[in-house]
Write a protein that binds this ligand. Sequence first.
Ligand code: FE2
Ligand code: FE2
Length: 256
Amino acid sequence: MQLNANLSQRAVMRSAQLDWVPSPAAGIHRKMLERDGEEVARATSIVRYAQGSQFPTHTHGGGEEILVLEGVFEDEYGSHPAGTYLKNPVGTSHAPGSSKGCTLFVKLRHMDSRDTEQARIHWPTAQWRQGLVPGLKVLPLAEFETQHTALVRWAPGTVFNMHRHMGGEEIFVIEGSLQDENGVYHQGDWIRSPHLSTHKPSSPEGCLIFVKTGHLLVHQSQPFRSAGVYAKQIQVADDFDNTSGGLIDLFEKGDL
Ligand SMILES: [Fe+2]
Ligand SMILES: [Fe+2]
């Protein structure tokens, strides 16, 4: 299956307008945002576990990132309530389930095999940092070479600088709404902007978004990249850091 599979193309999916599709596991449904492959695929989805549902034990061949949006998600590592970010590197395994039911945002098989950091962060109680512009708060979640992952909270009326996405940018709107030159994005919307795209986002209403940058330069099956392409990526990223105020800077220059 190929759904928004070309990472060099902009994609917008509005999950509130999508139908739930059954997964192979009883009581577990999903809404597909992007997919490159069949049942084993590089994929981004919204996943809903009914009360008491269980997914079979599996090993993460290409890593996994999860946001718990509602309810409580459970596995051998513990109970993960709404507001939890989980990062399970390549090679980890678990048998997840949910006794009370839950809804998740899930990214699969997109991680570099050399990125071995495991993470579990509860964002309502974590230490947030001041962002680059007034009204912006940032919670870094993960970092690997040029890739940055964070939650960003926008107070109502916050306006961010025009910026360019080195290695692309992916946003999932968790609460509220965000807008830019290309549209307005509400809770549950997913936006993927390719390498070198630009925009000037703002949030009249305020919002909470999940943001990944720097991971969309190579549109080949992850996690392996050639050394040549990787060297070029570093060089371009250095140029960018010196000339522009992009989201990458949010993580490097934000004062506590
Ligand atoms: Fe998993
Ligand atoms: Fe951006």
